[in-house]
Design a protein. Structure first.
Length: 200
């Protein structure tokens, strides 16, 4: 009888540990950090297809589950931030792009040069390829209040704010922090680096 009670006690302890671990993981995922995988070429060469990265969800104010309420943000999205967000078309699919302008700023793309408030922006991380060149000339466009303007670093192969308009900040999920696993298909090398330190 004592052995049976001891076994039940051990099972209960393990069950409590597992439940606590799951609850803690869900708490961290909801409010602090979440893992994402890059599905497309729109951010090359900054981010490659298949890259796995962590995003900081606490920075912009995490969204509470099941309600349209966010906790206070540490700061708002800024130009240069690589942001994970829900695609405006369905508000479900995760997208990742770079914020190039915030509310009130004027965006214009002339050929391969981005202008914000009529000043050219130095972007040594962008790539222009042999894809669609229809959106190389865009704007000028004033970003409305409560929105940001998103672009992929692979400009000719990115469906971004040039196609579906400015991003409502309520759809923002988090800021990309660092890659935790990446394989370069050309060199077959594994990369591990903070997002801000990636120069290719």
């Amino acid at each position: 009888m004592a052995a049976r009670k001891r076994n039940k006690s051990i099972v209960r302890e393990y069950a409590e540990i597992i439940v606590l671990a799951v609850a803690l993981a869900l708490f961290v995922r909801t409010f602090f950090v979440q893992a994402f995988r890059i599905p497309s070429e729109s951010m090359e060469d900054t981010l490659l297809v298949g890259d796995f990265l962590f995003a900081n969800k606490f920075l912009y104010g995490p969204k509470l589950p099941f309600v349209d309420v966010r906790l206070p943000a540490i700061r708002q999205p800024q130009a240069g931030d690589i942001i994970i967000f829900k695609y405006p078309g369905d508000r479900k699919t995760d997208y990742i792009k770079r914020c190039v302008a915030v509310e009130g700023q004027v965006v214009e793309l002339r050929g391969e040069t981005l202008y914000v408030d009529d000043d050219p922006v130095e972007e040594d991380f962008t790539q222009y390829s042999n894809g669609s060149k229809l959106l190389r000339n865009y704007g000028p466009y004033t970003v409305p209040e409560g929105h940001v303007f998103m672009m992929g670093d692979n400009r000719d192969n990115s469906a971004d704010s040039r196609a579906w308009g400015p991003l409502d900040k309520r759809l923002v999920s988090g800021k990309a922090m660092f890659i935790y696993f990446s394989v370069d298909k050309e060199t077959r090398s594994i990369r591990f680096s903070r997002i801000g330190d990636i120069i290719r």
